[in-house]
Design a protein around this ligand. Structure first.
Ligand SMILES: Cc1cc2nc3c(=O)[nH]c(=O)nc-3n(C[C@H](O)[C@H](O)[C@H](O)COP(=O)(O)O)c2cc1C
Length: 203
């Protein structure tokens, strides 16, 4: 026996539940931005991944607020054309969650979460000192999907790593030192601590 769903007949909420429970694990970007007055904002996004290395492109799926206004992240990227993706380690999982709360525009979530903003090198948005890695991005293109969601693609222009996370000679990122967490369905998250090696068979 199997269970099937006609996606064209499901509600938006039903599609969402099946998609986020099925496409797992999803990495979490803790996105830092600034508004047009330089005020810092931070929010997590798990509709997130890297899509291309040449050019080096990351994508975020940013939904609008229920009243169709832009989330602060979407607004700020629209206004400043830059953002920073901070990778979320287990050590800052709780702090990331604090940043996911609906604070009014202009409130610096990093202060509430006890995280430290460090000025960006090439972009106006800061990166988070406690994050194991951070990518500074310039907006590349924004796709409007329907009336309530944007796919925002950014080109990585600068990267920061905490000591011990990347081998500076071989550019190998240590997954144990990164200790990134991921989002599964519902409110469930996971670590990525159970790993194995697989070599592509040589033909
Ligand atoms: C782990 C996690 C992942 C999330 N992923 C997304 C996402 O991919 N897209 C989205 O629009 N909101 C996502 N959210 C919700 C936003 O973080 C939330 O709406 C936040 O308040 C937006 O903040 P802002 O208005 O400061 O941008 C996620 C929340 C959490 C906790």
């Amino acid at each position: 026996m199997s269970i099937s769903f006609d996606f064209e007949s499901l509600s938006e909420r039903e599609r969402y539940k099946l998609m986020i429970g099925t496409v797992v694990p999803r990495p979490i970007a803790l996105v830092t931005t600034v508004d047009e007055n330089g005020r810092i904002n931070a929010a997590p996004f798990s509709f997130f991944n890297c899509l291309s290395a040449d050019p080096p492109i990351l994508a975020l799926g940013v939904e609008n607020n229920p009243d169709m206004s832009f989330k602060d992240t979407g607004h700020n990227i629209r206004m400043t054309e830059v953002f920073t993706v901070n990778i979320v380690s287990f050590a800052i999982a709780e702090a990331m969650h604090v940043c996911g709360s609906k604070y009014p525009r202009g409130v610096d979530e990093l202060k509430h979460a006890g995280l430290t903003a460090v000025p960006g090198t090439k972009v106006a948005s800061p990166y988070i000192a406690e994050a194991p890695a951070a990518f500074e991005c310039k907006r590349h293109v924004t796709l409007e999907l329907g009336k309530s969601r944007q796919i925002i693609m950014g080109e990585i222009v600068y990267a920061h790593y905490r000591d011990g996370v990347v081998d500076p000679e071989r550019l190998r990122v240590d997954p144990a030192a990164l200790d990134a967490i991921a989002r599964l369905g519902g409110d469930t998250c996971s670590t990525i601590r159970d790993r194995f090696e697989m070599l592509t068979p040589k033909l």
